[in-house]
Design a protein around this ligand. Sequence first.
Ligand SMILES: [Zn+2]
Length: 381
Amino acid sequence: MKRRIIRARALATEGRPLEDKLIVLSGKKIESILPATAAGRFDRRDFISSRSYLVFPGLVDIHCHGGGDLNTNTVAGLRAAAYFHASHGTTAMLLSIFFKSCDDLSKMAGLVKAARSLAPLHLLGLHLEGPYLNPVARGSIPSDCLCPVKLRDIPKIVQAGQGELKVITIAPELPQAERAISAFRKAGVIVALGHSMATVAQARAGADMGATLVTHLGNGMRPFHQREPGLIGAGLSEPRLAAEIIADGHHLAPETLSMFLRGKVGDMVLVSDCRWSGGSGEKPAVKEGAAYLADNTLAGGIYPAWKGLRTIASLPGMSIWDAVRLAARNPARVLKKRGLGRISVNGRADLVLAGPDLSVQRVFFGGQEIFRPISQPVKKL
Ligand SMILES: [Zn+2]
């Protein structure tokens, strides 16, 4: 099998970043990681470039509704949205959707199955944002995508998901929500708490029933109060809960972001919450770098996760290597996908090669180069 060799000025691995290395790719995998001084052992033609890059694992975005103004309700649209994200360094994503009906969920699960082998990233399945959410904290989610908990409907929702339903967001304070959390957990679905006015005690009760994640911490939830910190307080203090953050410069003030990250960097998960502008429901308008509904409700991000990685890396006290933990390793851990979000010998070669200014230069998915911005895309979609 033909080898390709990447020169790395620095690369993000599990522990500290490694400097001046060669990454040897063989097929879909990383065959070895060697010191740069071993370059003489190889044929010069095996090197992908004479340049040396900052090398990151492909990002894992677990909250993403689409992107690039593409409608994800068709296989072609979903594939194109996947390419938009892959070309910005995301090599694994969950597609987030609102709940319209079991039929719609079933259709979306079918779409993910059909698009999977065509997409230049791992389409990991679906994140269902609803329907058991608090109407007071629904944000931009249409009210007809919400409903009270009906326990007898849960098996139908799970079945409609056809094994593609990986994460569901639930407001833990709703009547019967605790039993719903437990039912989804038993069905193997990861439960996130969000779009919620939960008190800290209600959020903790959600964790008692098996919830392990908070959906976009600080957005779509009861504001923080010193004596009733709500879901924000639970997300920052409860060791059983990881927490998503949107770092697009709009959803969280930089000071809030710094405060959240100081709370528990090891359990924070960077997400894009990237929003498509097609599909049904009110079309959000893009202004000043985020999507908004007509009444000024913030309706998701417009940037891929890489933008958040750059934002986090620029915060005081944070490094790019902290940021990549939040954007790759932590989300993979939340989904229990051990092979993703890390660079290791014998691991998959899902890699982002960046310049010193953190611009994405080249992206490899399973050892295949899928993006190079200065020329035409290498892989034809
Ligand atoms: Zn949301």
